[in-house]
Write a protein of this length. Sequence first.
Lengths: 322, 331
Amino acid sequence: MMRQAATSPLLKVENLVVEYVVGNKVVHAVSDVSLEIARGETLGLVGESGCGKSTLGRAVLQLRPAESGRVLFDGEDLTAMRGEPLRKMRRRVQLIFQDPIASLNPRRRIGEIIAEPLVISGVKDAKERHDRVCKVLNAVGLDPALVVGRLPHEFSGGQCQRICIARALVLNPEFIICDEPVSALDVSIRAQILNLLEEMKARFGLTLLFIAHDLAVVKAVSDRVAVMYLGRLCEVASSEQLFARPAHPYTALLLEAIPLPDPDFKPAESVPVGEPPSPIAPPSGCRFRTRCPRADERCAREMPELRAIGPRQYAACHHPLT
Amino acid sequence: MSGPALLSVEGVAVDLPTARGNLRAVDQVDLHLAAGQTLGIVGESGCGKTMLSRAILQLLPKQANLSGRVMFDGQNLARCSAEALRKLRARSLAVVFQDPMTSLNPVLTIGTQLTETLQEHLELDAPAAKRRSAELLAAVGIPAPEQRLSQYPHQLSGGMRQRVAIAIALSCEPKLLIADEPTTALDVTIQAQILDLLAREQKRRHMAMMIITHDLGVVAGRTDEVAVMYAGRVVERAPTQALFKQMHMPYTEALLAAIPKLETAPHTPLPAISGRPPDPTRPLKGCSFSPRCRYAAGRCASEKPSLAPAETSTHHYACFHPIRLATGART
């Protein structure tokens, strides 16, 4: 397989559209999303529940069929692949989920759970499998001798997430999609897992798509951040830029809404911004306009395209803040 | 704290029998809350914060063993009959849970659930109860309240359901509202709206409120006093301003440090707390936090520090090596 030059993005999503049919209605989960992730980069993807961020993650892996658009991984179009070639390609991409306990089979021992990807990908030598399982367990900070023979229920949430990370790493992937990997964990454990992900990324040369709803968590690990609202990207910018000078009013709203652990910070009496509309009937024009303090009639008429606002900053807004 | 206590929790302990032996979920907790004041209870999962709220509400699991005293509005709740408790919880001691679906009945309309409460406890007639229900829904920020009355819980979003649960909790003008992780299941923009709503109603009604959360950010701007729990005990308690200005308990400091901050540059390693909380069925002899504490030394492993006041009588902490003001040096 020919590898592309190191400068080309590892992942390129072009005009991706994913829709669900519920009864006789269509849910517009992901609408015309394009983005790129460079090799070695972490792209954070943030948004509230139902904005389509998890669907986008799954559509990248072809776990959700796309209506239209392309997903290029290392230059090859995954949407055009089927069967064996797609399965081979998927070994290079792994997923880590929000609920670490639910994503481990409760009846299998940890050693078997982590070795399973190796079995499926045809590593026949049991000794080699065992060695590789031990290697990744050590890497995630668990003692293989104490872990391999035990069942998932014997571990805490944080330890189960370490096991999930070990399983994701065992095939030496290049790219990992982390879908809310720390949302179910306590604060003190969350910091451990975030540090571990950063460490693993450096050690194994990984590229990450980090999906989360918590902006501070996303900032801690991301080089660039994409903000999603009702199936569309509102803003894509470098982490520093996005948090220092958000361009899209939705990004600004998200930042304002975070409760800070500082009693001198009096939360601004939040703007009556209501709730997000249904993705079954998204608003015309800009999808955020029904909650946007800057919206005017142009926003209802004309859908804003993602355009450059500044260096490394793109926003889909007719009235950006910067 | 100012004024006489509306709620006094005195030496409360909760023991739960488990297959692994006795589990002490709450261990010798003392708390006081005056009318019109807000208290934040902060801690991670398993620290006993929810069990403490259940102990106050007298809603513990059947096999649980409660010791100590809970005084509310002049009454010892442990001595109240089941009927008296039911009346009390309906009128003056209200609660809002994390998942509104646990308190809303899925097969009854919002209107039925609200008017039922009002008719039963405030003895309003049907038209008056209906009118009051619509007013309550409007007060908690639900648009088109009249139409909402005929809807079922599943027809509402999570945020709207939590508003309904708050409306029901507030319907009989409670003296104390216990909000147990009221916004944990909600999105951040909705969370801000619900916290604002709770703060507004608390002030307007001069109601006492206890917010139970794992998020220091939730209590920082919205409480008068904070109690931090770890392994069943209150390990630090202080007026909110004083606590955030100077934490004395290493656990509180470490918990705050472990939260990712917006102002920190990307890829900065987080000061994580190593290890995890002790097994509650195997209590430690010394300070429960000592195995994870970077300041632990000497008697920390062999002796349990009690919650004692610092230089100001309102700031309490349970630590042999508290973090000090100004120099940051340790005693």
